[in-house]
Design a protein around this ligand. Structure first.
Ligand SMILES: Nc1ncnc2c1ncn2[C@@H]1O[C@H](COP(=O)(O)OP(=O)(O)OP(=O)(O)O)[C@@H](O)[C@H]1O
Ligand SMILES: [Mg+2]
Length: 567
């Protein structure tokens, strides 16, 4: 447009339409216009407005020279009627009335200049026409540029906004209505925060203040806007300060980009990812559960057959031991009676026959008399011990597994130790494992005793295994197992701690201790089920806790905590 504007300014030719009913005036005008040495003016002339409008529709003129009193139109109305037809050709009024008010009204109605007949020189007329053309061209350029701007602003799919320094909307383009459903007219003047999702308001306020206080020049963030229908739209906001011509802050301006679809897609992706993750977790849990069930089955089988064997053996031994035990006392009495009788014989018949004397000597009667009671006493002790072992075996096997009962945990611990006795005592290649018991005053505990004995067995066997590896590495090592029990009356629990002074457990192994089938022992030695079974017996069956504390080089302690009453 700028180039067109220049072109007219420099051109030496103007094509004008004179609308004037007075032919003398027209002649005068033609004369004035022809006087210009620089510009050639082509004058077209009509007498009536109606004719002018017809002509203007057909031909293009650079300017109109208009008389306001025509046969078919008078005064300001004449300008208005030309404008009504959408004619944008610049108008210079040339009239007989020297009237300031009319001049002003003419300009307001759309004329470019107002000249009074008789006061017009050639130069003035030419200049007025030229300036009218120039102004019209620049107005046209401005109009086109505004139109372009408006079309961009109106058609862009982002919201373009402006606020004042308080945050009230002062401009919004039609995209605002398209996205939020709120009309621009109603929204202008309202505070922008009124349209933000309540949860996001504090953050928006902080961002707005940061801008207004000039802590930042611009900002970009995502937030949720409310819609007229009660919904939400996610917007990406880009905002920066605006300034007045003298540099003061006048408010903010920026864009709101609707990213709801993007957000929803992201959310859907996130949710499907989460679902997949959850599925994977569930699969893992199911797998672990399967392993646990499998391990339980194996261990149960193991323990049931061990329990049955132990119970069977105990039962078989019990009867013969009963005979021995019950006969020891009468046997002892008979023996003492017989010894007394022999003594009496010796007193009454101090000189027996040579044959008797020989036998007395051969059997070393004095020694037999002395040793026989000792022998019987040790037989009684042996029988006692066998009976104790049988009792322990029965206690350990507890074939009453399904039954919950009150039990003395110390008995369970002792019978387990007894069964493990052969592993604890001194062996050709190592010293005995010392067992230090520090038993508290435990009340009877409601439990499945057979199962708890399994747990003691597993933990004690592991401790023995660990100590044995230590002994192999360190000859002077003195292996120890410490068993501590105590009651906590406030918590209504009992605790059993079984500690060894073995090698300890490194953290990477410790985190797998209770996993089914986890073992560090050579193939064929460990199944890796002991602790996982113990865990499920203590935690699931008895609502207790099983914890492992271990320090490398110092040893390992397993602490079992059980409620006294099983709920
Ligand atoms: N007191 C301990 N000291 C050092 N390591 C231990 C101790 N107790 C358990 N562990 C470690 O924990 C692992 C798992 O023990 P768990 O009793 O579950 O299985 P296992 O003894 O290997 O085999 P299983 O008991 O089934 O015959 C053992 O292989 C061992 O590495
Ligand atoms: Mg084990």
């Amino acid at each position: 447009m700028k180039s067109g504007f220049k072109q007219v300014l420099n051109s030496l030719f103007l094509n004008i339409l004179v609308i004037e009913d007075n032919s003398a005036e027209v002649e005068l005008i033609e004369e004035l216009l022809s006087e210009s040495p620089t510009i050639r003016v082509n004058v077209n002339h009509v007498e009536r407005l109606s004719k002018a409008i017809e002509l203007l529709a057909q031909k293009k003129f650079d300017a109109i020279l208009l008389d306001l009193s025509l046969p078919d139109s008078q005064g300001l109305d004449t300008i208005a009627r030309i404008k009504e037809y959408g004619i944008i050709t610049p108008i210079v009024v040339l009239t007989a009335r020297n009237d300031q008010e009319l001049a002003l009204q003419s300009i307001q109605a759309g004329a470019q200049d107002y000249l009074v007949k008789g006061n017009v020189s050639s130069e003035l007329l030419i200049r007025s026409l030229r300036y009218a053309v120039e102004r019209q061209l620049s107005l046209e350029a401005l109009r086109l540029s505004e139109e372009k701007y408006r079309s961009v602003v109106n058609n862009i799919k982002e919201v373009i906004f402006q606020t004042d320094t308080k945050g009230n909307w002062i401009f919004l383009n039609p995209a605002w209505t398209e996205i939020t459903g709120f009309s621009v007219g109603v929204s202008l003047g309202n505070h922008f925060l009124d349209y933000i999702y309540p949860e996001d308001r504090p953050r928006n306020l902080v961002v707005f203040r940061t801008l207004i206080e000039r802590k930042k020049d611009d900002c970009r963030y995502q937030t949720r806007y409310l819609t007229n229908s009660g919904g939400l739209r996610w917007m990406e906001v880009q905002s920066r300060l605006t300034f007045t011509s003298d540099g003061a802050i006048s408010g903010t301006t920026g864009t709101l980009n609707d990213i709801t679809e993007q957000k929803l897609a992201q959310e859907a992706l996130y949710q499907s990812e989460a679902r997949e993750r959850e599925k994977a977790q569930q699969l893992e849990i199911a797998l672990r559960e399967l392993q646990r069930t499998e391990s339980k089955l194996i261990q149960n089988e193991k323990m049931v057959s061990l329990g049955q064997l132990v119970a069977g053996v105990a039962h078989e031994i019990n009867n013969p031991v009963g005979f021995i035990y019950s006969n020891i006392n009468p046997a002892n009495e008979y023996a003492l009676d017989l010894l007394d009788l022999i003594t009496l014989y010796q007193q009454q018949y101090p000189h027996p026959s040579a044959e008797i004397q020989e036998i007395i000597k051969a059997i070393d009667l004095d020694f037999v008399k002395e040793d026989f009671p000792r022998l019987l006493a040790s037989m009684r002790e042996g029988a006692n011990r066998i009976q104790e072992i049988v009792l322990s075996l029965q206690n350990f096997s507890h074939l009453d597994k399904a039954e919950m009962k009150e039990a003395d945990l110390h008995k369970g611990l002792d019978s387990t130790l007894l069964i493990l006795q052969h592993r604890l005592k001194q062996q050709s290649n190592r010293p005995a494992i010392q067992v230090i018991k520090n038993y508290g005053q435990l009340p009877p505990v409601e439990c499945y005793p057979g199962q708890l004995n399994q747990v003691f067995m597993n933990i004690l066997s592991n401790a023995i295994d660990a100590l044995e590896t230590m002994i192999q590495e360190e000859v002077s090592f003195s292996p120890q197992i410490r068993i501590r029990t105590q009651v906590n009356h406030c918590e209504k629990t009992v605790a059993i701690a079984i500690a060894d002074n073995g090698p300890g457990i490194p953290p990477h192994i410790k985190k797998h201790l209770f996993d089914p089938f986890f073992t560090t022992k050579p193939v064929g030695r460990g199944s890796g089920l002991g602790l996982s079974i113990s865990y499920s017996i203590i935690v699931e069956k008895h609502q207790g806790e099983l914890e492992c504390r271990s320090q490398i080089g110092k040893g390992t302690e397993f602490v079992i905590k059980l409620p006294i009453l099983l709920g």
